[in-house]
Design a protein around this ligand. Structure first.
Ligand SMILES: NC(=O)c1ccc[n+]([C@@H]2O[C@H](COP(=O)([O-])OP(=O)(O)OC[C@H]3O[C@@H](n4cnc5c(N)ncnc54)[C@H](OP(=O)(O)O)[C@@H]3O)[C@@H](O)[C@H]2O)c1
Length: 289
């Protein structure tokens, strides 16, 4: 068991949610910088465990709903990248997160990097977890941090993927008007988490991870420029946009507009902007224009 008061120089690191988008990307990035013997993953299924095992990564079976499984999985772990549960209902998410933090504490984990979310203060699941982290893993000022909160902005990719698909079949649908969306790419958010768990910054413990803001008219222009033709942008109701409609409505009201320099500070470079994500999406799904 590690001593939580002293961060080891060759720490063992475990990433939760390792079969998912964010946790998987964090693990991939860590695998290119950290000796594989120090890298561990938490997964729920035997298939995911076998896939990671084939890459030499020790994947441990554990479920946020099963405290005993978490205690066993966290044994010998020095640092944790704790990817928040996708359960949006605080009545589910908060007890899950309590179980993760209790197990981490019992196992003597010395540093927890928690991927929270934009607007966490208004979300009882995230706010409750952040408060618990501070109570359980808060370290006196001036000492090595034992918890870091990364408030991840909304992912840029789902907006871009939908807009590219719309543009290929007709018009891009938007209910955001000229509203600004300060989002972040999954890869940049993953890189920030990977950097922080390897070299925890002492400067602050709470980071608001978003990049430069963009608007739907700008997104339509970027996609049009890449496709080499004009792309129609059609303003519709949030309901007509579908799953992302709620976020379009928030953007239209200016709720998603606040930019932050925190992501760039952790990355040591400008975060990928919406144009970069458009290019990545078109490269990933090449098709006739
Ligand atoms: N910022 C954004 O725009 C945005 C967008 C989407 C999600 N999120 C949030 O960010 C977090 C990670 O997102 P993601 O994109 O990586 O989601 P994802 O691709 O759906 O991955 C979720 C991961 O959590 C694991 N998981 C689910 N329930 C679990 C449980 N009870 N115990 C242990 N592991 C469990 C899943 O494992 P299995 O493979 O076994 O299911 C999977 O590895 C979630 O909290 C999600 O709500 C943020």
């Amino acid at each position: 068991m590690s001593n939580p008061d002293v961060l080891p120089t060759d720490p063992s690191i475990l990433v939760t949610g390792a079969s998912g988008r964010l946790g998987g990307a964090v693990l991939d990035l860590l695998a290119s910088t950290v000796p594989v013997g120090r890298l561990h993953a938490l997964v729920r299924g035997a298939d995911a465990r076998a896939r990671l095992g084939a890459r030499g990564i020790d994947a441990r079976i554990g479920d946020y709903d099963d405290a005993a499984s978490l205690e066993a999985a966290f044994r010998g772990i020095d640092r944790l990248v704790f990817v928040s549960s996708p359960a949006l209902d605080p009545a589910v998410r908060l007890p899950q997160h309590q179980a993760v933090l209790a197990a981490a504490r019992a196992a003597g984990v010395g540093l927890v990097v928690y991927t929270s979310a934009f607007g966490a203060a208004h979300d009882p699941g995230h706010a409750g977890t952040e408060a618990l982290l501070e109570a359980e893993f808060g370290a006196p000022a001036g000492t090595e941090p034992s918890s870091i909160v990364l408030r991840n902005g909304f992912y840029t990719e789902p907006f871009v993927q939908r807009a590219v698909a719309d543009a290929r079949s007709g018009a891009i649908l938007s209910a955001a008007g000229a509203g600004v969306l300060a989002t972040a790419s999954v890869r940049d958010l993953a890189e920030a988490a990977a950097r922080v768990v390897v070299a925890p910054p002492a400067s602050k413990r709470m980071w608001e991870l978003r990049g430069r803001g963009w608007t739907y008219p700008e997104l339509a222009r970027e996609i049009g420029a890449e496709l080499g033709r004009a792309v129609e942008l059609r303003e519709v109701s949030p309901e007509d946009v579908g799953a992302l409609g709620v976020l379009h409505a928030l953007a239209a009201r200016g709720v998603l507009a606040a930019e932050s320099d925190d992501l760039g500070a952790l990355l040591g470079r400008e975060p990928r902007d919406v144009a970069a994500v458009v290019r990545e999406e078109l490269f990933r799904t090449p098709r006739v224009k």
